[in-house]
Design a protein around this ligand. Structure first.
Ligand code: NAD
Length: 481
């Protein structure tokens, strides 16, 4: 059985207490590796080493930093098959998805910030009539913390680590304890890439232990976190009174709004993906589907038929559309919403929601994609994040009505709009209370654009120069001549 180790100052080490946790393969339900159950003393050690490494890393030329980040990206690409298999085994996602999305994106994150750091600039302001010039320095913060979730493990972890080190910081990172494997493999890659020791330190373990120790460590200057809203709230409670910089990318309950004048084929094939890609475990999945009344019956019939055709199977098989849900406890959480809908007089389960029998893998965490018809956007199913292969559908009559239902949510991460009416798409994009609006597309990403949510979906934006600004402290210098 493979044992994952922490990576501190270039050394692969066991946690100081020598305690380990089981890591489960969700497609079989079997324990297949061990991960460190780290605590405050491991974080303390990592911070001390990262602090020492900061001096020379922050003085390293931009060209040199860019070269190392590019080398990490190249090594990720060269190890694509190995990393994709590890991600699929750890998370339950289809191998073809890990190969086409997760791992290429992890490489792209390093490549993007290898370029971006050479183009990042600071401002200067000439105060005319005062014989004064101001210029703004952008200094790296020091040691920063990066904490990531299980749904897109390497993709999201590298989305934080790459800009943090590009900007000259040193990092204490903690991947989800549910999916730690590719973070461990990334450390092997960083070791080969020539990244100086102490620049990236990976501390594995549970959120309330290793994660909390990172958040409350006085020498960690900023926390970049992606995960659940409740966890984000707890992190903010600890970090805000310490005046740490905080970037919080949290949950969502994203509306997918379909007008009758859309490109129907493109809409329905994209809606299958935006509903069930990665077993519906993407924060950007459109879990509330609203369909214009005149199209509703046709959509309902066609969509349910296509969802029934989706194949739930072992992640390694090429024709698998949905693999396993990430863990038993998550499966039970998702199932509890379906059970509730089955009892509810105002909800109708149109398909799925049951556990398919995969003879070879009776203990895997599989769930058939589920479509539930609801009558009221205020219902629990439309208001709470489920984060699994479950979507609701309901009709609407007018633009105003659907806009108010879309915005009637505690969350505000992303929305998707299907219409060929340009004026309507511009009007609605202005009015939707989400950080991201996709019109006639979904999960279409340009890494330069600001990424993040409003309301309980988070605080701050990642991506492009926004991320480099987050990981630097502006200092204004004012000179009178
Ligand atoms: P989670 O909040 O349970 O855990 C996320 C990470 O935080 C893990 O590494 C965990 O160990 C750590 N953690 C837990 N408690 C902590 C604490 N007290 N202090 C410090 N760290 C702690 O989330 P999850 O279940 O891993 O991921 C699913 C959630 O992530 C969903 O809500 C989803 O919407 C959200 N998500 C958001 C985005 C986005 O970009 N907005 C992207 C992906 C996932």
């Amino acid at each position: 059985m493979k044992t994952i180790l922490n990576y501190i100052n270039g050394n692969f080490v066991a946690p100081q207490t020598n305690a380990f946790l089981d890591n489960v393969n969700p497609s079989t339900g079997e324990i297949y590796s061990q991960i460190p159950k780290s605590g405050p003393s491991d974080v303390e050690d990592a911070v001390n080493k990262a602090e020492i490494a900061f001096k020379s890393w922050s003085d390293t030329t931009l060209e040199k930093r860019s070269e190392i980040l590019t080398r990490i990206a190249d090594l990720i690409e060269q190890n694509l098959d190995k990393l994709a298999l590890a991600e699929s085994t750890d998370n339950g996602k289809p191998l073809h998805l890990a190969k086409s999305v997760d791992i290429p994106r992890a490489a792209a994150n390093f490549k993007f910030f290898a370029h971006a750091l050479t183009q990042f600039y600071s401002e200067s302001h000439e105060s005319q009539g005062k014989d004064t010039i101001n210029y703004t320095l952008r200094k790296p913060l020091g040691v920063v913390g990066c904490i990531s979730p299980w749904n897109l493990p390497l993709y999201l972890l590298t989305w934080k680590i790459a800009p943090a080190i590009a900007a000259g910081n040193t990092v204490i990172a903690k991947p989800s304890e549910v999916t730690p494997m590719t973070a461990f493999l990334l450390c092997e890659i960083c070791e080969k890439s020539g990244l100086p020791h102490g620049v990236l330190n990976m501390v594995h373990g549970l959120g309330p232990e290793a994660g909390q120790a990172i958040v409350e460590h006085p020498k960690i200057k900023a926390i970049s976190f992606t995960g659940g809203t409740k966890t984000g709230e707890s992190i903010a409670r600890t970090a805000a009174p310490m005046f740490k910089k905080l970037s919080l990318e949290l949950g969502g309950k994203n509306p997918n709004i379909i007008f009758a004048d859309c490109d129907y084929e493109k809409m329905i094939s994209t809606t299958l993906k935006s509903s069930f890609a990665n077993q519906g475990q993407i924060c950007l999945c459109g879990s509330r589907i609203f369909v214009e009344q005149v199209l509703y019956d046709k959509f309902k019939t066609d969509f349910v038929e296509r969802v029934k055709d989706l194949k739930v199977g072992h992640p390694i098989e090429d024709n698998t559309d949905l693999g396993a849900v990430v863990s038993k406890s998550h499966l039970n959480k998702v199932k509890s919403y379906i059970d509730m809908a089955q009892q509810h007089p105002d909800m109708t389960v149109l398909c799925g929601g049951n556990m398919p029998e995969l003879k070879q893998y009776p203990d895997g965490y599989y769930l058939k994609p589920c479509v539930i018809e609801v009558r009221d956007n205020q219902c629990q199913l439309n208001q709470e994040e489920i984060f699994g292969p479950v979507v609701s559908i309901m009709p609407f009559e007018t633009e105003d009505e659907v806009l108010s239902m879309a915005n009637d949510s505690a969350y505000g991460l992303s929305s998707t709009l299907w219409t060929q009416n340009l004026n309507r798409s511009m009007r609605m994009s202005q009015a939707l209370e989400t950080g991201i609006v996709w019109v006639n597309t979904w999960l279409n990403r340009d890494l330069r654009t600001p990424f993040g949510g409003t309301k309980q979906s988070g605080v701050g934006r990642e991506g492009g120069f926004e991320a480099l600004r987050f990981f630097t402290e502006p200092k204004n210098v004012c000179i009178e001549y």
